[in-house]
Structures are given as structure tokens and as C-alpha cells.
Design a protein around this ligand. Sequence first.
Ligand code: CDP
Length: 152
Amino acid sequence: LRRRVLRGEQTLLGIAALAADEVQVVVAGAIVAGGRVLAARRSAPASLAGRWELPGGKVDPGESDAAALTRELREELGVEVEVGEQIGPDVALGPRRVLRCLRARLLDPTRPIEPTEHDQVRWLTADELDEPDWLDADDELLPHLRTALAAR
Ligand code: CDP
């Protein structure tokens, strides 16, 4: 199993066989407010520019998932959040990398979103979730996001 992973087969079963410090976690925020979730359009790198994602980024060594998401959302959107539960499963991004979606609640919902890295943001209702051209991994989370939106 491990050899298959090292050859690059992208299965979560394979990733589960790796030690925690061999897996790079990328956290992404499902910022839900008023029955909508915030989507952000990437402006870089060129290969991903124009596609939509749940904003977030890589967890640094020794950093908790919640601390990483708090930091990334502050840097990228100028917002302060409280991080909640995971939404959906870890999604494989590569042989040693997963995307992990966590609920994020805005501490001050009246404060405007000020994107520093994205060129557009958009609040989506459950019915609008299919509209953006999502990154592949985020696309896999949509059914789980829909459920999370319905629960609030
Ligand atoms: O900001 P940082 O460099 O830490 O990370 P990033 O560039 O935002 O994310 C690292 C990689 O994770 C990206 O190149 C995307 O391939 C992937 N990603 C994703 O698939 N979906 C997201 N919602 C966020 C990141």
C-alpha cells in the first residue's frame, strides 16, 4: 500500500497509511452566514487563476488546523473567525496532500470582506453551489456543503 502511495496513487486509503507528519494538510474555510457560503476566485497561480475555492491554505509544521485557517482567513480576507467542525471528508490533493474543510463563523459579520489574494468573492446559497467553476477538490465537497447549509 505504502509503495503504491509513493508511486503516486491518490487514494485516501493510501494517505491513511502515512504518518501524520508525512501528510500536508491544506485547510479550507466554509464561512457560512445567513444561509450562504463564501466562495473566492483564485488569481494565482496561472494554472488555477479564475477557478473558485473555499479560501484557506497550507497548515504550517506544528500549527493546528484551526490556527492555520484563522491565520489564512485573516491574511487573505481580513476577517476574524471561530473555527468549527470538519465538513465532509478529507479530499486527496496528491499522494501526500489532503484538503480539509472546516466550518468558520465570522466574529463580526458586518465587517466587509477584503480579499488580498482573490480577485472576486461571492456568497452562494445551496441552490447556487454548482454555478462557480470550482477547483476539483472543492467540487467534491459540494454535497457536504449543501447539507451543512441546510442544517443552518
Ligand atoms: O496559501 P498557501 O500557499 O498556503 O496555499 P494555497 O496555494 O492556497 O493552497 C495550496 C494548494 O491546495 C493549492 O495549490 C490548491 O491546489 C489546493 N487547494 C484546493 O484544492 N482547494 C482549496 N480550497 C484550497 C487549496
